[in-house]
Design a binder for this molecule. Structure first.
Ligand code: ARG
Length: 281
């Protein structure tokens, strides 16, 4: 018994403090898979829109239960990927940098999200360069981690640096299954992240190892079901319920993982984080 006590004392699980979030979501009323722009999508497989809505509502209810301020943007018929609100822009300091999508199928989402930001009172900056919003831009420790390789153009990293006046760190993705930064890296709080090393090129890995020596290293199995695509308030981490290793590791580090099942939205290549855009005033 004393051994167990000593061990747990030695590990000293840190106290984590939740910070209430404001997020934007889009109900998947028109969700389906009719084109293929990532390896998860297969238009020949059936999708169940009402199940997608039900699963999404569980995520919505989870956020409300955590005390989040959840805002909604109206879904648009013919834009099945609009549910992945993370791609709609990047919002900090009351400024909303709009998205400019890589694939024509999603391009109309850019203006739709910018209209919403404008009506909600954000200072909207129209993008010149191709970028897919918070899918590829993540804020940690005041610094913007910026993905490139599949979707977001590296030119947008300079654009975003000049708009927000913050340091931007470019990270290059190399595995098409992890085509957005938020599929390969999760921000857990102000200073901690989790990531999948094999998703990044060597120079990016050197930066990540150097900057985040204590990062949670995800397993390939968890990452493959987009387990890293999670959303944290600093204590509660909403994750894919199938990401068991990630769940265990988060708990060991003093976080409170909360599993949700978004299997239907995984057919479009998205998970928890993809459905969530943080709004920071
Ligand atoms: N079908 C969408 C696409 O390929 C999924 C987007 C997932 N979003 C994300 N933030 N990773 O663009």
């Amino acid at each position: 018994m004393s051994t167990a006590l000593n061990e747990s004392a030695a590990m000293a699980v840190p106290q984590r403090t939740p910070v209430t979030r404001t997020v934007l979501m889009c109900k998947p009323e028109y969700f389906t898979v009719v084109y293929r722009i990532n390896p998860y999508m297969d238009p020949s497989l059936p999708t169940d829109t009402s199940l997608a809505v039900k699963q999404w509502e569980t995520l919505y209810d989870t956020y409300v239960g955590l005390g989040f301020d959840v805002r909604l943007i109206d879904p648009i018929d013919g834009l099945p990927d609009m549910v992945y609100a993370a791609n709609g822009g990047f919002v900090i300091d009351g400024i909303a940098y709009g998205a400019k999508f890589t694939f024509p199928q999603r391009q109309p989402e850019g203006p739709a999200y910018m209209d919403w930001f404008g009506q909600a009172g954000f200072d909207v900056r129209e993008p010149v360069e191709v970028n897919e919003g918070e899918g590829d831009f993540l804020l940690v420790d005041g610094v913007i981690l910026a993905g490139t390789g599949f979707r977001t153009a590296s030119n947008s990293h300079e654009e975003i640096a000049s708009i927000f006046g913050r340091q931007v760190i470019t990270l290059t993705l190399i595995n098409p299954s992890f085509y957005h930064l938020d599929t390969a890296l999760a921000v857990l709080d102000d200073t901690n992240i989790a990531y999948l090393p094999s998703a990044f090129d060597e120079p990016s890995l050197m930066i990540l190892r150097d900057r985040f020596p204590d990062a949670v290293i995800a397993t390939e199995a968890d990452a493959a079901i987009l387990g890293l695509n999670s959303f944290s308030d600093g204590y509660n981490v909403v994750i894919a319920s199938r990401a068991k290793d990630f769940e265990r590791e988060l708990r060991a580090r003093g976080y409170n993982p909360i599993g949700v099942d978004l299997s239907e939205l995984l057919l479009g290549g998205g998970g928890v984080k993809c459905c969530t855009l943080e709004l920071r005033r």
